[in-house]
Design a protein around this ligand. Structure first.
Ligand SMILES: [Fe+2]
Ligand SMILES: [Fe+2]
Length: 246
């Protein structure tokens, strides 16, 4: 069963990370889901695949009333990101889903109607959660052609989707990166293959280098915090991506 753990708390402003399901079948890639709550409002980030919906839902219910979630943020179109959408909409048909305009007629194949989707323009936009404003940060081609990170300027947390992802072997269950050099070995193959554009990578590294980030939270693997955020950005900037060994 997955568990929901608070990674940031300041009054009624909270981030929950829903991570690590030891019961998950081995044929599914492991995913992290995050919930940002501010007062009576909340947004769920990359809610995950339909197969893991029950595990995510029950982990969430232990910490937060899911009826208060008003929005889902989908960083991109992948099945491990958003194929649970129809189940969330069955639970609450009024939920909105924020996604790149590029995918706005593709993601409805998972569920929803024309009223469900809030489309994000290429340059990004602010998305309110309660009284706070989150910011959708462009991360196109890393790896999806219409791809966004989500930044919380108060909490100084960047949800980075597949950027920063690591495919951890069994036994590596820590929520945070504790040994960067050891951890990054599990991220290297993923980034080389999935991140298709050198130029997009350089643009993203420049963009996020100017931001104040205490935690970088990927959709797979452990969370980078403190000095490891800068270490990750530098490592990624120097990594050759978009190569296939044949
Ligand atoms: Fe993806
Ligand atoms: Fe993913």
């Amino acid at each position: 069963m997955k568990t929901a753990q608070a990674i940031y708390e300041n009054g009624d402003h909270r981030w929950l990370a829903i991570v690590r399901d030891p019961d998950r079948p081995g044929y599914l890639v492991d995913t992290n889901e995050y919930l940002i709550s501010v007062g009576d409002d909340a947004m769920l980030l990359d809610p995950g695949g339909s197969e893991i919906f029950p595990a995510v839902f029950s982990a969430l219910c232990a910490e937060y009333d899911p009826r208060r979630i008003s929005k889902i943020f989908a960083s991109h179109q992948d099945p491990d990101v958003a194929s649970s959408l129809s189940m969330w909409l069955e639970f609450n048909p009024d939920l909105k889903c924020c996604v790149s305009w590029l995918w706005s007629s593709f993601v409805p194949h998972y569920g929803g109607t024309g009223d469900t989707f809030i489309t994000i323009p290429d340059g990004g936009m602010d998305i309110p959660v309660g009284r706070e404003q989150m910011r959708a940060i462009p991360a196109h081609y890393l790896h999806s052609s219409g791809n966004f990170n989500l930044y919380d300027p108060k909490a100084k947390i960047l949800f980075s989707g597949d950027i920063g992802a690591a495919l951890l072997p069994p036994g590596e269950t820590g929520l945070f990166v504790e040994n960067f050099d050891r951890h990054i070995a599990y991220a290297e193959g993923f980034h080389r293959r999935w991140m298709g554009s050198e130029r997009a990578k350089r643009d993203w590294c420049a963009r996020v280098s100017d931001m104040d980030i205490d935690m970088l939270c990927p959709q797979h693997g452990a969370i980078y915090r403190g000095e490891d955020v800068r270490r990750f950005i530098d490592w990624f900037a120097n990594l050759e991506v978009g190569l296939v060994k044949s």
